[in-house]
Design a protein around this ligand. Structure first.
Ligand code: ATP
Ligand code: MG
Length: 347
């Protein structure tokens, strides 16, 4: 982009006029003194002086400003200095001011982005260590107690080893989730798109989570019969992960003897929407905007039995967005929640 420049001669003209008036007056006095009284002498003289000083001044000003401005451009690497045509930027300061303004604005934005990122990084590290600390210390606690003599009691030994093993299992889950989130965030995770029947996939997930659901007497069901297959094009394993995370949430935050219902509906010509609805505790409105942030949990205390690390929904959102699809949430506190996402349908 080569900005348009407007040359300005005002400074040179004005200075040349001053010089001309001054020297012409001086010359006139001199001529008068020596009685040289041709009227056109001062006129010729003044024209010559004016032209001469105008050219010299304009030329040196241009050179001076060009050198300075080029230096500014060089220093700020605003433009490739080689691309500045000589004489172009010389006399119009407005363009330079605009460029510097723009430069400053860009830099400010860059700094703000970096600051936000730095905050995010700090928060992330804090969250990670916090999440890892709890199960790690649990495991450490049990092992130390065992070493301190508890291992001699057979009953306690087994109980503590089992608890330690649970802690390790939890660590494994967190690390897996973190690993997946990192991959999703750097865009490292390539999708393995295939055509499959989404009804079957939901049934699979129901089967997998049946025991978990039974523990809380929650019924896993479809909203109606789906006798014919509904085929979609997506990464099957990832969508299975999405459904698992959503349904596990509906179990974790669902009420005893409740119901988790899945529905699959046509949305527009080539889209279906999959909804996972529960009649559990629901989510207060103020939490909804941040729900998909990693590590975000409604109940921060972590004291509640069902506390996770707050990565589940973040993973869900990443996977759906990697498919260029949308995820929605609707929830009413005390009534229940509905999470839904779209998928590409194939005929
Ligand atoms: N179906 C739901 N009903 C009520 N609250 C929910 C539901 N799903 C999610 N939440 C709330 O949203 C929060 C974030 O959910 P998310 O799945 O990201 O994390 P998590 O379940 O706490 O942990 P993780 O899934 O990593 O084990 C949860 O802590 C919970 O408070
Ligand atoms: Mg979860």
């Amino acid at each position: 982009m080569q900005p348009k420049f407007k040359k300005s001669y005002r400074f040179a003209v004005r200075t040349a006029v001053y010089i001309t008036i001054y020297t012409t007056l001086l010359m006139s006095v001199f001529l008068y003194y020596y009685q040289i009284l041709q009227w056109y002498y001062p006129l010729i003289f003044s024209v010559c002086i004016f032209l001469f000083s105008f050219v010299i001044i304009q030329f040196s000003v241009e050179r001076f400003i060009y050198k300075r401005v080029k230096k500014i451009y060089d220093d700020l690497t605003l433009l490739e200095s080689a691309s500045i045509a000589k004489g172009a930027i010389t006399t119009n300061m407005q363009t330079l001011t605009e460029e510097i303004d723009k430069f400053a604005r860009d830099k400010k934005l860059e700094i703000e982005t970096l600051k936000v990122r730095e905050e995010y990084r700090k928060e992330f590290l804090g969250n990670v260590s916090h999440e890892l600390k709890t199960p790690l210390f649990t495991v450490q606690g049990y092992i130390l107690t065992l070493l301190d003599g508890a291992m001699n009691d057979k009953n306690i030994r087994e109980k503590y080893l089992q608890r330690a093993s649970k802690g390790i299992e939890r660590l494994g889950y967190i690390i897996n989730d973190l690993d997946m989130i990192t991959k999703l965030e750097v865009g490292d995770l390539s999708l393995n798109m295939e055509v499959f029947n989404i009804v079957d996939l939901v049934e699979n997930v129901f089967d997998m989570l049946e025991i978990k659901a039974n523990k809380k007497n929650i019924t896993l069901t479809f909203d109606r019969d789906y006798p014919s297959p509904i085929t979609v094009k997506a990464d099957k394993d990832r969508i299975q992960q999405v459904l698992t995370n959503l349904i596990i949430n509906s179990l974790k935050y669902g009420s005893e003897k409740g119901t988790t219902e899945v529905s699959i509906e046509n949305l527009i010509k080539n889209k279906v929407i999959v909804r996972v609805t529960d009649n559990g505790e629901g989510i207060n409105k103020i939490h909804i905007p941040r729900l998909f942030e990693r590590f975000y949990r409604v109940d921060k205390s972590g004291s509640r039995k069902e506390g996770g690390s707050g990565l589940g929904l973040s993973i869900v959102k990443h996977i759906i967005e990697a498919h260029e699809e949308k995820i929605y949430v609707e929830s009413e506190y005390g009534v229940g929640s509905e999470f839904s996402f779209t998928l590409e349908k194939t005929e």
